[in-house]
Design a protein around this ligand. Structure first.
Ligand SMILES: [Zn+2]
Length: 314
C-alpha cells in the first residue's frame, strides 16, 4: 500500500491506495499552523491508515505534495507561501525518521498533474498541459507521454509567464505574471475593485468586514450577478492570453484546468477559446480540447502516491 498526501493552505488531504490507484481510504483534516503540528498530523494519518488496513499489507512509501519551492531530490521545502516557518525544511527526512518508511516530496502542481495523468483526463492524451488556478497558478506538461520536469524537477511555472511587460508587479520579482491576472486571488481582487461600479451587486450585501473571496464571486456569478460575471470574464480573457502562448509552445491535444477556480470552467472556457482562436497560430490551435478536472478532491493526493510508487522504481 501507498499513502499520498496533499498539503494545502487549509487542509491536508490523504489517500491510502494500492499500486493500481484503487483508494482504500481517504482523509481530510485541517493543516495546522506550525511545523510540528503538520508533521504530527501526517504521522497520525499514516498510523491510522496502517492500523485500520493492516490486513492488506504495510505502507511501502509515502508521497507528499506541498506548495512552494521544493527540492524533490533532497526532500526539502525551500520556501512555501502557505507555511512561513518552512525554510529549507527537510520534511521528507524528518518524516522518514519518525515513520521508518520512504517519503518522497514534490511540488503541489506536479502531484496534481501526476494524479490527472494517472487517474484523470490525462490518461486519454500523449501531449497535454494543465493549469491549476488557486492562490497562484501552477502548471505541468506531459510531452509524448512523459511528465516534463526540467533540470531541477521544478518547471512549468505557468503562473509566472509574463503577459504584460509593463504590468503588475509579482511577488516573484517579475512584472505582469499571469497569476497576477488570472488566479483565484486575482479574481477576488478584481471583484473587490469593481464593488463601487456595481452598487446593485449581491457582493455588496455580504456581512460587514467579510472579504470578497473567489468562492463568493463564483457563487454570485452562478446567479448571474453582473459584477461577478464581469470579473470572471476579465480573468478569463487574461487566462486566454496566457493559454494562447502555451498553445503556441506545446501544440497540446488538451488543456486541463484544475484548482478551486476550475469549477467555473463553463464560464471560463468559452472566453479562453475565443482568445486562443484570435491569438494562437493556425495549425497549433486546432483540435485542442479544453477540460476541467473531474474530482478535484482526491486527485492531487493520488498523484502524490504515484510519485512515491514511481520513485521506488516499482
Ligand atoms: Zn511572478
Amino acid at each position: 500500500m501507498y499513502v499520498g498526501i496533499d498539503i494545502g493552505g487549509t487542509n491536508i488531504k490523504a489517500v491510502l491506495t494500492n499500486r493500481e490507484g484503487e483508494i482504500y481510504s481517504a482523509k481530510s483534516t485541517g493543516t495546522g499552523k506550525t511545523i510540528k503540528e503538520i508533521d504530527d498530523t501526517i504521522v497520525d494519518i499514516i498510523s491510522e491508515f496502517m492500523s485500520a488496513f493492516s490486513d492488506r499489507g504495510t505502507v511501502q512509501a509515502v508521497g507528499i505534495g506541498a506548495a512552494g519551492s521544493i527540492d524533490g531530490n533532497k526532500g526539502i521545502i525551500i520556501t512555501s507561501p502557505n507555511i512561513q516557518a518552512w525554510k529549507n525544511y527537510p520534511l521528507a527526512r524528518n518524516l522518514e525518521r519518525r515513520l521508518g518508511i520512504r517519503v518522497f516530496l514534490e511540488n503541489d502542481a506536479t502531484v496534481a498533474v501526476m494524479g490527472e495523468w494517472w487517474q484523470g483526463h490525462g490518461r486519454k492524451f500523449r501531449n497535454w498541459i494543465m493549469l491549476t488556478l488557486g492562490t497562484g497558478i501552477g502548471g505541468g506538461a506531459v510531452i509524448d507521454n512523459k511528465l516534463y520536469t526540467g533540470q531541477s524537477g521544478s518547471s512549468m511555472e505557468f503562473g509566472h509567464i509574463s503577459i504584460d511587460y509593463r504590468g503588475k508587479k509579482c511577488k516573484c520579482g517579475s512584472i505582469g505574471c499571469l497569476e497576477q491576472y488570472a488566479s483565484a486571488s486575482a479574481l477576488a481582487r478584481n471583484a473587490q475593485s469593481l464593488l463601487r461600479k456595481y452598487p446593485a451587486s449581491a457582493l455588496n450585501l455580504r456581512p460587514k468586514g467579510e472579504p470578497v473571496t473567489s468562492k463568493l464571486v463564483y457563487e454570485a456569478a452562478m446567479k448571474k450577478d453582473e459584477l461577478a460575471v464581469h470579473a470572471i470574464e476579465e480573468i478569463s480573457f487574461y487566462l486566454g492570453v496566457g493559454i494562447a502562448n502555451l498553445v503556441n509552445i506545446f501544440n497540446p491535444e488538451a488543456v486541463i484546468l484544475g484548482g478551486g477556480l476550475s469549477k467555473a470552467h463553463r464560464m471560463i472556457f468559452p472566453i479562453v477559446k475565443k482568445v486562443v482562436a484570435e491569438r494562437a497560430l493556425p495549425g497549433l490551435k486546432d483540435n485542442v480540447k479544453y477540460l476541467a478536472v473531474k474530482t478535484q478532491d482526491k486527485i492531487p493526493a493520488l498523484g502524490a502516491a504515484k510519485v512515491a510508487i514511481d520513485s521506488l522504481g516499482l
